[in-house]
Each structure stands twice: as C-alpha cells, then as structure tokens.
Ligand binder design. Structure first.
Ligand SMILES: *[C@@H]1O[C@H](CO)[C@@H](O)[C@H](O)[C@H]1NC(C)=O
Length: 403
C-alpha cells in the first residue's frame, strides 16, 4: 500500500493539535447500548419476546442481529423498528439531561449504511438510519454531545461476541476488502454528520470498538488507523469544514452540491492516498442513497449549507487506546490529523482488575494509572467509553455511593 503518499499537504501537522473540538471539556457520559447494535444479553426477556434465543455459545442459536435477520427475513425490519422506537425515546433523553449527562456514545453497525451489506451472505435489519437521525435530533435539541462508534464492523472484528453483530469465530474484518468497507462507512457517516442538521450533536467518530487484544491477530491495523483519519479529514476538507493546521482543499468552491464535492475529491490523486480515494469513490453512491433515505438537502446554496459547513468543528477522531492491545500494537497517535481522543473500557465484574471486595475495588479505582500510561504514549485525552458499574459481589448502597 502506498502509505507514504497520503495527504502531502497535511503531513506536517500530525500530532500538532490536541483540542477536543465539539466535545465538552469534561465528559459526563453513558452509552446508548443495545439500541442500534442489539446485544441480547442486555435485554434477555425482550430478545426472547422478539423471537430470539439464548444459548451458552452464542454462535449456535439466534443470539445476534445477524442470526435473527437470517431466521426471520420477512419480519426482521418491523421487529427491529419496534425495538428502535421503544428502546431509546424522548423520555430517555429527558432523563439523561436530568442526570447531568452531557455526552453519549452510540454504538453502530456497518449495516446502518445499507448498500454496504452483501445481502447474499450477510443478514441485518434495514431502517436503522432513520432511527439514528430521529435520536440524534432529540439529543441535538437537548444539547448532548455524541460520539458515534463503529461498533460492529464488516466481516466481524471480534470472535464469539454479540456486540460484533454476528456471533462467530470466523473473523474477517482484518482484511483489505473489509478495511475498505469500513472506510466507505467512515466517509458516509462523516459527510452525514456535517451535512444533516439533525446530526449537529455529533462531535466524535470512533474507528473501531474493541479490536482483538492480540495485535498479532489484527494485521494492517496501523494502516487502517491512518486511513481512517485521512478519510474523515478528506471528507471534511471536501465539504469546507475547517480542520486546524490544514490548508483547505478548495474543492467546495467549485461544487454546487455535496455529492459533487465528494466526487471531485475522489479524483484528487495529488492530495489523498489511494485507499482513501477508493473509499471516496464507493462512498458517493452510498451517501446519495442515504441522502434520499433521510430526505436531506445537499445543495450548497440552499439553506446556507455552504456557510454551515464552514462553521462546523472537525470530528474528534477516536480509537481504543494503544494499551488496549498487546504485542507491539500500532500507536493510533501516529494517525492523528486535527483533534483526536482515546477510549479505554473498564469492567471490574469480569475479573482480572481487582480482588472481589469493596476495599480492593476502591483502592484500585482510586489508583488507576491508565490515563498516565496512555499519556506517556501520546494517547491523550483519554476517556472511559465503557465503564461497568456492576461488581462481582452483592454491593451495598453505601459502597455504590462511593463507587
Ligand atoms: C449534484 O451535482 C451533480 C453535478 O452537477 C448533479 O449531477 C446532481 O444531480 C446534483 N445532485 C443534487 C441532489 O443536486
């Protein structure tokens, strides 16, 4: 891969900027889990009521979105529509505001960009994008910032996990064909985040949730990290969204609409690397599909869209932190162009973090050194994008208040 030929006009600014752009200085957050990526273990009864199943090895029964869609091709879309509209509602948004939450992370599957799905071999519900737009409108109106998280990736990125969309040991994400599909998804979601006013709350985009922890099993991750950031920035520069420290590409000045700007960008071999250009080429028709699905204006002279692009903040590109992986992982800090943040996940209930006592938990959490260890490797700012309150023991109310 010609990885030296990326972004010649941007090469000098990598690592220079560490602002948080559209994210609050201090995040009080939660996930909107099991909404657009349904993990049956979180809602066992509702899942069974929908027609799902439970089994000890989730690859052997209807225990993922993929298995459900394969089993019920005629009713899957309607069943999931009911789930989407009832699982996350305006009253949830009101409760988040009441609790002082200022940021949410929304896990998404690649299948929300429907043309990315190979329907001969891949099975997922349709219609999630419209619900995402509805939820983002509610969150935008409530003033809550959003981290969109590519949680379930094409080809499956983690074995034996419901969160991967399909529960299987046949992990195919870490291949050039699926890295490409993930970049296409990235380009479409980046463009939408800026162009659709309902997406105004979107401040950050996470490249991949929880890759396999052994870096020997994730070949190509370092290149993918770089291409992910370059794709986000290529779309932003095409749309006229200013990215600190970079020179505007000037593409938007001659374009009449966003599709034309992206099409023009996809030909700029002097600006963008070949993998990024290939992603843009395939993203244009998929972006057009979603624009029609959501009924968006993309004409730059209509409703002040051109000025709105110039007023947007760049997305905070986001990765799991380098210490998520072992065995000499690539450092996502090496991919940064413009604002970037890092995500670590902390669950005591699965064991391995601290002894199963109240004292050990509190001693551990008060002395946690993950932020410092990451900062030493330029993985800063760090946030805990998943943080499980559950414990390995019956917690007292007194303990939970300290926890
Ligand atoms: C965008 O511009 C292209 C090129 O001028 C044109 O073919 C296309 O119809 C336009 N799309 C919209 C939605 O205006």
């Amino acid at each position: 891969m010609p990885s030296t030929r990326f972004y010649s006009l941007l090469a000098s600014v990598a690592l220079a900027v560490s602002v948080r752009a559209g994210l609050p200085d201090k995040i009080y957050g939660t996930n909107i889990g099991s909404w657009l990526v349904l993990e049956p273990w979180m809602l066992p009864q509702e899942w069974v009521d929908m027609g799902g199943q439970q089994c000890s090895d989730c690859s052997t029964c209807i225990a993922s979105e993929f298995a459900f869609a394969q089993a019920y091709p005629d009713t899957v879309d309607a069943k999931f529509k009911t789930h989407w509209t009832t699982w996350f509602t305006q009253s949830d948004v009101d409760n988040l505001v009441g609790a002082g939450i200022n940021t949410v992370r929304i896990p998404l599957g690649y299948w929300i960009v429907e043309p990315l799905v190979d329907r001969a071999t891949e099975f997922y519900p349709k219609g999630g994008m419209v619900e995402l737009q509805r939820g983002l409108q509610q969150l935008t109106n409530a003033g809550i910032s959003v981290i969109l998280d590519h949680h379930a990736l094409p080809g499956v990125a983690s074995p034996g996990q419901m969160f991967a969309g399909r529960c299987t040991n046949d992990v195919q994400f870490y291949t050039s064909a699926n890295y490409h599909r993930a970049l296409v998804w990235t380009a479409v979601i980046t463009a939408l985040s800026h162009v659709d006013p309902n997406f105004a709350a979107v401040a950050a985009l996470e490249a991949i949730n929880e890759p396999i922890m052994d870096a020997n099993q994730t070949p190509g991750m370092g290149d993918f990290q770089k291409h992910f950031v370059q794709t986000v920035r290529a779309v932003e520069l095409s749309l006229g969204v200013p990215v600190p420290g970079t020179t505007p590409a000037g593409i938007i000045t001659s374009a009449t609409n966003v599709s034309e700007a992206l099409t023009t960008a996809s030909t700029k071999t002097s600006l963008f690397n070949a993998d990024v250009l290939a992603a843009l080429v395939d993203a244009v028709p998929m972006f057009t599909y979603v624009v029609e699905q959501l009924g968006l204006n993309i004409v730059l002279e209509t409703n002040g869209l051109r000025d709105a692009m110039a007023a947007r903040s760049p997305l905070v590109t986001t990765f799991m932190d380098i210490n998520w992986q072992q065995n000499s992982p690539a450092n996502p800090a090496d991919a940064a162009i413009g604002p970037q943040g890092y995500d670590n996940h902390l669950y005591y209930s699965f064991g391995g973090v601290a002894d199963a006592t109240e004292d050990a938990y509190l001693t551990s959490v008060c002395n946690l050194d993950r932020i410092e260890k990451d900062a030493a490797l330029n993985n800063s700012p760090l946030w805990f994008g998943e943080w499980g309150l559950s414990t390995q023991f019956d917690a007292t109310d007194d303990f939970l208040k300290k926890w």
